[in-house]
Write a protein that binds this ligand. Structure first.
Ligand code: B12
Length: 256
């Protein structure tokens, strides 16, 4: 059969354009947005991947008195939660998620830029995403919260080779290191970082989090302390300042 033999109406019927339109991902997303008039447009702009709207929405919310750092959790994460849910359910796909992630990262940067700079640094912390892993939203939140709480963050970025983490720790001599891994294939880089640090005689607390890791995994290496929520990072840094040693930190941040 040549293409001339095809009846276009059959093609349309085969792909059922009308039915798909009636059940759009946007409808599914609409049901998940929060009701708050200031928060909803921000969450929506993350889902839509419209970074200019994200920043506009954040500006409005900050003008109305919302705290820029609190907005990371209260608005940006809410939008990303909708994206993650719909992606996990197979309703939206990777290209949508990539656009949302860009809007999310721009939003985090904007919130960071609006937060008051603390006058003196309480200590230096090295943050990174595991080798082979590009998922950097959680790491960016961790780094924003640490900065907002007065810590000096050396952010190594994403997909950071183990060697680079070790070099940075030797150079910067941080009070703590953080690692983020979202993939079950990349989280083993944390164990490699741990072993290389111990070989070099460096016993720095290494807080690890991200969707892929859990308490059981982090318990398998000596320097590891599990971090469930981004907010646990500044909490652990404060605990170190208050004098907690590695054993105490492992106990304090243990999740059952
Ligand atoms: C966004 C996303 C992407 C974006 C990432 C953009 C970016 N710049 O980050 C894009 C589209 C690029 C992407 C790509 C891929 N992705 Co993806 N992605 C996701 C998705 C939908 C959401 C992840 C996210 O950002 N969550 C929000 C953040 C805030 O969560 P979080 O990082 O976990 O952080 C929270 C806590 O864990 C904690 N935290 C994080 N780090 C730390 C550190 C410390 C110290 C502390 C205290 C706390 C802490 O704080 C945060 C909240 O408070 C997940 C789905 C899911 N269910 O997670 C899949 C997911 C992670 N992706 C997955 C996969 C497989 C991929 C790809 C391989 C897809 C592909 N076929 O190409 C590629 C990866 C390429 C690579 N080499 O890395 C899988 C991983 C499966 C697995 N078990 O290994 C998931 C789980 C999807 C799935 N269900 O299959 N992805």
């Amino acid at each position: 059969m040549t293409s001339l033999d095809l009846d276009p109406s059959e093609i349309l019927e085969r792909y059922n354009v009308k039915m798909e339109k009636a059940m759009t991902p946007d409808d599914a997303a609409a049901e998940l947005y929060p009701k708050d008039d200031l928060i909803r447009p921000i969450a929506e702009s993350i889902y839509e991947g419209e970074e200019d709207d994200t920043v506009e929405g954040l500006k409005k919310a900050i003008k109305a008195g919302k705290d820029p750092i609190a907005l990371i959790d209260d608005a940006l994460m809410v939008g990303m939660g909708v994206v993650t849910k719909l992606y996990d359910e197979g309703i939206i796909f990777l290209p949508n998620v990539m656009m949302s992630a860009d809007a999310m990262l721009d939003g985090i940067d904007f919130c960071k830029s609006q937060a008051k700079e603390p006058p003196v640094s309480k200590g230096k912390i090295v943050c990174h995403v595991a080798e082979g892993d590009v998922h950097d939203i959680g790491k960016s939140i961790v780094s924003a919260l640490l900065r907002a709480n007065g810590f000096d963050v050396v952010d190594l970025g994403r997909d950071v080779p183990v060697d680079e983490v070790i070099e940075a720790v030797k150079k910067e001599k941080p009070m703590m290191v953080t690692g983020t891994a979202l993939m079950t294939t990349t989280m083993y880089a944390f164990k490699a970082v741990n072993d290389r640090l111990l070989e070099a005689g460096i016993k720095v607390p290494f807080q690890c989090g991200g969707g892929a890791v859990n308490q059981d995994f982090v318990s398998t290496y000596e320097l590891g302390v599990y971090g469930e929520e981004a907010a646990d990072a500044p909490k652990m840094a404060e605990a170190i300042l208050a004098g907690a040693d590695l054993g105490k930190l492992k106990e304090q941040f243990h999740q059952h």
